[in-house]
Design a protein around this ligand. Structure first.
Ligand SMILES: Cc1cc2nc3c(=O)[nH]c(=O)nc-3n(C[C@H](O)[C@H](O)[C@H](O)COP(=O)(O)OP(=O)(O)OC[C@H]3O[C@@H](n4cnc5c(N)ncnc54)[C@H](O)[C@@H]3O)c2cc1C
Length: 335
């Protein structure tokens, strides 16, 4: 039997654990290595909405994958009933660049009335069925489900991998000076995968970039309306009634650091406060959350490597649906 190491405790690492258990893959042991203090998972600083966002099949390979991943996630919610996922409405609107916007959302209409609240002015608005994920609960559920199925012994090690060598399996050295030997290793390291580009030359890792995203998080908010997500010309407002949590953001900046773009964030807050007919909490009560996501070539997720050592990543803006899809593909093709 095989020993497998998964490097990464984000949505991709957890989806892999879950899918391998669900698909009854047996291992001598699975070891999950991660370091949330050294490389905080983007997964927990994510607005975590799963929505089709007007993408339809038949135009590009990435579009087809996103559509497929959305349907896979929908099926997962219907049949596996995971914790931390709610069905919501996604409202998407615009008043500028309308020709392109209507092409993407032909089912929309000009209005200022939405099911749960109104806008203060008319706009072209479309409504889609979508899913709101609470990252903590859903990621805990994936781990609990994986453990409950008892398909393999699971060891979780909080340490950062700093060296990898391939001969007679894969040798791994960590920041705390420990060494391990595994039959197979899969990196699900998000933005940190790109530091291993020398191990897989000519690969997607060479051109991967870190893209920072930040948003305001307000807690103890008491709006009466059901949960929803609004995207208006790139600005996002995500309301989770169950948690009393409101998110407003998010910024996008190609950078490696986690210092948020405060003036851009305040600009989003101001634009939304004059757009929606809802009382936004005072900006002074906001926490600021920052995540570093990985944008790979052509925004496409990747699985590269062969034999014993693999790298998976590039989920960029669709981590919550693509991770499940990529984990299934990996399980079918490589294990
Ligand atoms: C502001 C923002 C909003 C977003 N909104 C959405 C959204 O609405 N919907 C959506 O689907 N997606 C969204 N995303 C994207 C989504 O969050 C990411 O695509 C996803 O979280 C990436 O998950 P991951 O598991 O690949 O990486 P991560 O979550 O970053 O996890 C990487 C893991 O690898 C570990 N690691 C890395 N290198 C090493 C090493 N050498 N040794 C040990 N451990 C290591 C880290 O400790 C961590 O546990 C958003 C992202 C941001 C920043």
């Amino acid at each position: 039997m095989t020993t497998l190491a998964i490097i990464g405790n984000g949505i991709l690492g957890r989806s892999l654990l879950y899918i391998l258990a669900k698909e009854q893959k047996s291992f001598e042991k699975i070891t999950l290595l991660h370091s949330d203090s050294f490389a905080f998972p983007c997964t927990l600083h994510s607005t975590a909405i799963v929505a089709p966002r007007g993408v339809t099949a038949g135009h590009s390979s990435l579009g087809d994958l996103i559509v497929d991943a959305f349907h896979g996630f929908k099926e997962h919610v219907t049949f596996d009933t995971p914790k931390g996922v709610d069905t919501i409405l996604q409202f998407t609107g615009a008043t500028t660049k309308l020709e392109a916007f209507k092409g993407r959302y032909p089912q929309g209409k000009v209005t200022k009335e939405l099911p749960y609240f109104n806008l203060k002015r008319e706009a072209y608005l479309a409504i889609e069925e979508a899913y709101m994920v609470d990252p903590e609960s859903y990621n805990d559920w994936l781990m609990d489900e994986a453990k409950m199925r008892k398909q393999y012994p699971l060891e979780i090690i909080n340490d950062f991998v700093i060296e990898v060598e391939q001969h007679d399996g894969v040798h791994v050295r960590t920041q705390q000076g420990r060494t391990f030997n595994f039959d197979k290793v899969v990196f699900a390291g998000g933005n940190y995968n790109r530091f291993w580009s020398q191990l897989v030359p000519e690969s997607a890792l060479k051109t991967s970039k870190a893209v920072q995203g930040s948003y305001f998080e307000f807690n103890n908010v008491h709006w009466p309306c059901p949960s929803f997500s609004l995207t208006f010309e790139g600005d996002n407002l995500v309301w989770n009634k169950g948690l009393g949590r409101l998110l407003i953001g998010s910024t996008t900046e190609v950078t490696n650091h986690v210092m948020p773009q405060m003036s851009e964030l305040k600009g989003i807050y101001q634009r939304l406060s004059v757009l929606v007919d809802l009382n936004l909490p005072d900006i002074s009560s906001a926490q600021i959350k920052v995540g570093l996501r990985e944008k790979a070539r052509k925004r496409e997720p990747y699985t590269i490597g062969s034999g014993d050592l693999f790298f998976m990543g590039g989920m960029y803006k669709n981590g919550y649906s693509l991770a499940l899809k990529m984990a299934k593909n990996f399980s079918h093709q490589h294990l």
